[in-house]
Design a protein around this ligand. Structure first.
Ligand code: ZN
Length: 147
């Protein structure tokens, strides 16, 4: 089975073709840029945080199917969640794609990325948007690089 067939499931392709929450936020708390030089993925994540709640989130960028679908699914999953819950989900997602989290971790739609742990170079594609999201939360103004 090829890497493409293994990883590119229908839901992933759907998010790649029709990304959710893509664009800019008119009102935002902070944003961060991320770059994965290994694959060429670039992503910019904008967040609006109010009273500890992630009221809005959007992303922009150009990347491969996995990085784009991951960014799209991430915004869909995180929008409206408490910031602490979003951070916790990021840690569990990292565990999933690096193979540390057990497969029955109940991560919902994010489980489509569980096969990524078999392809170390793809882990960077799948986590780029999340790392950039965390940087936006931390508001450190630095460009995230997967290297
Ligand atoms: Zn990529």
């Amino acid at each position: 089975m090829s890497e493409i067939e293994d990883l590119y499931q229908e839901l992933l392709l759907d998010h790649y073709r029709r990304p959710r929450n893509r664009g800019d936020l008119k009102v935002l708390s902070s944003h961060a840029d991320g770059h994965n030089p290994l694959c060429g993925d670039r992503v910019s994540v904008s967040v609006l945080v109010e009273n500890g709640i992630l009221k809005d989130i959007a992303f922009q960028g150009i990347g491969c199917a996995i990085s784009t679908a991951s960014a799209s699914l991430m915004t869909e999953m995180l929008k409206g969640k408490p910031v602490e819950e979003a951070r916790a989900l990021f840690k569990r997602f990292l565990g999933l794609v690096t193979g540390d989290e057990s497969p029955d971790a109940d991560l919902g739609k994010l489980e489509i990325f569980s096969g990524v742990c078999n392809y170390p170079s793809r882990v960077k594609c799948a986590t780029l948007a999340w790392r950039t999201f965390e940087a936006a939360l931390n508001n450190n103004g630095q460009t995230v690089t997967s290297e």
